[in-house]
Design a protein around this ligand. Structure first.
Ligand SMILES: Cc1cc2nc3c(=O)[nH]c(=O)nc-3n(C[C@H](O)[C@H](O)[C@H](O)COP(=O)(O)O)c2cc1C
Length: 229
């Protein structure tokens, strides 16, 4: 014979199951949406730089710089590359790779991405895949921004390793044979990270800092300019 207590427990069982269901659904929804929402909320429009320069370089070859960024370091680096090439006599369009709709007007393309967890951002890789056939007929230079290479560990061996680690896989995927590869130190600040990134990078004990070296960025841009003259 059921006691009053057993009856009460049995009556509460469906309510408990429903509560657990809502709890689990809520936590799952939070885990799925939090990175997306926080990404959208924290993305600063100032991180993106798009511009045209060198319009007065009549007869200057047209170059497209297509890049992607999450936190803006690559925008500033791509911007500097554009300025150098315009000063060197080229006409340059600087665009987020995902906003490029046609590569046919350009003599050459420079494509760049920051490295995130050993990978390029999809904006640039999708661009390279999408225009693979058209790019096969043009000079293409590739650059990455990363923190693997910094001024205090910038050796030929480490550069070669960065090429193997970060550029070769993209060349294999897209079939692109770059005329030049820029391995440029980027910037990494904990204060700019999205919550999930923050946790991951704290666990990985990533060193914070602005490792951009404007002289090296400028030198690489001149080097590409010379190859494209
Ligand atoms: C979550 C995260 C992962 C990263 N992974 C790598 C990596 O695998 N290798 C590397 O050299 N740098 C890595 N970095 C450093 C970035 O490549 C560097 O900060 C870059 O300049 C960021 O460019 P952005 O500001 O244009 O997004 C990582 C940074 C973050 C925040």
């Amino acid at each position: 014979m059921k006691t009053e207590e057993t009856k009460r427990c049995a009556a509460e069982r469906p309510a408990r199951a429903l509560r657990s269901f809502f709890c689990i659904t809520f936590i799952a929804a939070l885990l799925i949406t939090l990175p997306v929402v926080s990404h959208a909320y924290l993305e600063k429009p100032g991180d993106v730089i798009e511009k045209t320069c060198g319009d007065t370089n009549i007869g200057g070859k047209k170059i497209l710089i297509a890049y992607d960024t999450k936190h803006g370091a690559t925008s500033s680096i791509a911007d500097q590359i554009a300025d150098v090439l315009c000063a060197d006599g080229f006409q340059v369009d600087l665009k987020m790779a995902r906003n490029v709709t046609d590569v046919s007007p350009y003599h050459a393309v420079i494509a760049g991405s920051p490295i995130y967890m050993f990978n390029w951002l999809p904006g640039t890789t999708n661009f390279l895949k999408k225009y693979k056939t058209a790019l096969a007929d043009k000079p293409v230079a590739l650059f990455i921004t990363c923190t693997y290479l910094k001024d205090d560990n910038d050796t030929p061996d480490r550069r070669a390793h960065a090429v193997e680690l970060y550029i070769k896989p993209v060349m294999d995927k897209t079939g692109i044979e770059p005329i030049s590869m820029g391995i440029l130190s980027g910037e990494f600040q904990y204060g700019e990270l999205y919550p999930l990134e923050y946790i991951l990078m704290k666990l990985a004990k990533f060193e914070e800092g602005d490792f951009r070296n404007w002289n090296k960025i400028e030198a690489w841009a001149h080097e590409v300019g010379l190859l494209l003259q």
